[in-house]
Write a protein that binds this ligand. Structure first.
Ligand SMILES: CC(C)(COP(=O)(O)OP(=O)(O)OC[C@H]1O[C@@H](n2cnc3c(N)ncnc32)[C@H](O)[C@@H]1OP(=O)(O)O)[C@@H](O)C(=O)NCCC(=O)NCCS
Length: 130
């Protein structure tokens, strides 16, 4: 529990609105990234996770751990039934993260991901609360 508190530093939590929950990712007392859970306005039992980790810290399992912790909040405190994660097709690292965390590929999304002013195709992964 202590580790969880340190990892998703509560102090840095910014609650933009009731449908958006953003957390800092802290590793060995360094701020190394962020993870956010956004609840679908029309389907409030569905949340979408997005995250990033500073390149210097890639490959240490940090994003995987952050997804697991954010998911606990989503399925637990927030009572979500499904959590979705989307990534562009070439983002193998993110696919590895979600696969490791038990998310299943639901399909391809077309021009749904806006990145640097460009709309990209991608994959939709999801996990259902068991
Ligand atoms: C995707 C991202 C969050 C992964 O963070 P991370 O802390 O390195 O992730 P983890 O260490 O938990 O796991 C990464 C996995 O991808 C692998 N990996 C790391 N960098 C990689 C790369 N450049 N290419 C392919 N695989 C890579 C790791 O070995 C690990 O695989 P494994 O499960 O087989 O061991 C990070 O690369 C990032 O912030 N990227 C930019 C933003 C982004 O893409 N966010 C996700 C949008 S959905």
């Amino acid at each position: 529990m202590k580790e969880e508190k340190g990892f998703l530093s509560q102090n840095r939590q910014k609650r933009k609105s009731k449908t958006e929950f953003n957390y800092s990712i802290v590793y060995k007392e360094n701020l190394v990234g962020a993870i956010g859970l956004r609840i679908d306005r029309f389907r409030p039992y569905v949340g979408e996770l997005g995250y990033f980790v500073d390149e210097k810290y890639w490959g240490k399992g940090i994003a995987s751990e952050a997804v697991k912790l954010a998911e606990k909040i989503g399925f637990g405190k927030l009572g979500l039934k499904q959590i979705e994660i989307m990534m562009i097709k070439k983002n193998k690292a993110s696919e590895n993260v979600v696969a490791r965390c038990g998310y299943k590929k639901e399909g391809i999304v077309r021009k749904k991901i806006l990145l640097n002013t460009q709309y990209h195709d991608g994959y939709l992964y999801a996990k259902v609360d068991s």
